[in-house]
Design a protein around this ligand. Structure first.
Ligand SMILES: Cc1cc2nc3c(=O)[nH]c(=O)nc-3n(C[C@H](O)[C@H](O)[C@H](O)COP(=O)(O)OP(=O)(O)OC[C@H]3O[C@@H](n4cnc5c(N)ncnc54)[C@H](O)[C@@H]3O)c2cc1C
Length: 289
């Protein structure tokens, strides 16, 4: 298909109308930081681009009942600076602050980060650790699914051509909860993650880790929850022995998962994850206080 039209949408209704009419011929563009490269390389060939970057209904960070909700076209810079997210979940803001460069953070959106379905998407591990829910809209209505379930494979999400990711939402922080985020890149600036990791913890009585959720980036074909490690840690008392043992478990999980990957991954990541995990867990734990 040849690109024939770029529609600068002003309202959500307009976006949904175009997607409904054009179906597979149309593609949503938000910040364009991923899509423009794919268009140039001929990896995607839409006939119509629907630009959602100025649709105010998709750019928000707000409290809705028990949830914090972030509109899909919200830029990283706005997440990084938002007073709504709150100190315990600062890990999400750190994840947004680690994306690319200031230019990329001024353009790139959380919805684009999710829907591009790159294994190395930095905000997704944090959202997975927060057990976020994807809110999806089309002319037919609204549906929700756990963010974790939106991924089919690298570069593929479970959205119909007529649908748009409208927002992501997660429960507001409660006392005793915290989120830590750590990114390992090859350079400080503009580094695509070699590992990104977010750890959510909930402190119980007597320093027990009542709940833990771990979201990882660049360790699978798309960002995932690390349930084997979660199951090992949950219910144990937080001390150095548990941290060290859990880090070993994480290393073993990755040794198996990455066994057929090139040496740079299969040798480096199972080793590197141990330090990354310990740092992210400690950050999260500090924020529970
Ligand atoms: C130099 C450079 C450095 C980068 N560094 C990082 C980094 O460190 N960490 C990182 O995570 N990423 C990085 N990226 C990737 C990119 O910036 C992010 O993935 C960004 O979040 C994409 O958002 P966008 O708004 O630009 O998406 P776009 O490029 O506009 O869209 C990406 C994809 O998502 C779809 N899409 C967008 N919004 C929606 C929606 N609401 N509903 C349905 N589909 C939608 C589009 O159709 C397209 O398929 C980098 C990119 C560049 C060019």
């Amino acid at each position: 298909m040849e690109l024939k039209e770029v529609i600068k949408a002003r309202t959500l209704e307009e976006v949904l109308d175009v997607l409904d009419e054009k179906g597979e011929k149309a593609k949503v563009i938000a910040g364009g930081t991923d899509l423009v490269i794919q268009l140039r390389e001929g990896k995607v060939n839409p006939e119509v681009l629907v630009d959602i970057s100025d649709v105010a209904e998709l750019c928000f960070i707000k409290e809705t009942g028990d949830f914090i909700e972030i509109g899909a076209a919200t830029r990283f810079v706005n997440i990084k600076e938002s007073p709504v997210i709150g100190k315990p979940f600062k890990g999400l803001q750190e994840a947004a602050g680690h994306v690319g460069s200031p230019q990329i953070r001024n353009l790139g959106t959380v919805g684009g980060n999710i829907c591009n379905a790159s294994p190395a998407a930095d905000t997704v591990p944090a959202l997975l650790a927060l057990d976020a829910v994807a809110v999806i809209k089309s002319k037919q209505g609204t549906r929700e699914m756990p963010l974790e379930d939106i991924y089919i494979d690298r570069g593929k999400v479970k959205l119909e051509p007529q649908e748009i990711l409208y927002a992501v939402k997660f429960l507001k922080p409660q006392p005793g909860q915290g989120l830590g985020f750590v990114k390992l890149g090859l350079r400080k600036a503009l580094a695509i993650s070699t590992i990104s990791l977010a750890v959510f913890v909930e402190r119980g009585e007597n320093e027990v880790i009542k709940n833990i959720r771990i979201g990882s980036g660049a360790l699978s074909r798309f960002p995932v929850r690390e349930r084997e490690v979660e199951d090992f840690v949950k219910g144990k008392k937080m001390d150095n022995t548990v941290i060290e043992e859990a880090a070993e478990v994480f290393g073993q999980v990755l040794e198996k998962r990455l066994a057929t990957r090139p040496p740079v991954e299969k040798d480096f990541k199972p080793y590197a994850i141990k330090g990354v995990f310990k740092e992210a867990l400690n950050k999260a734990w500090q924020r529970t206080k």
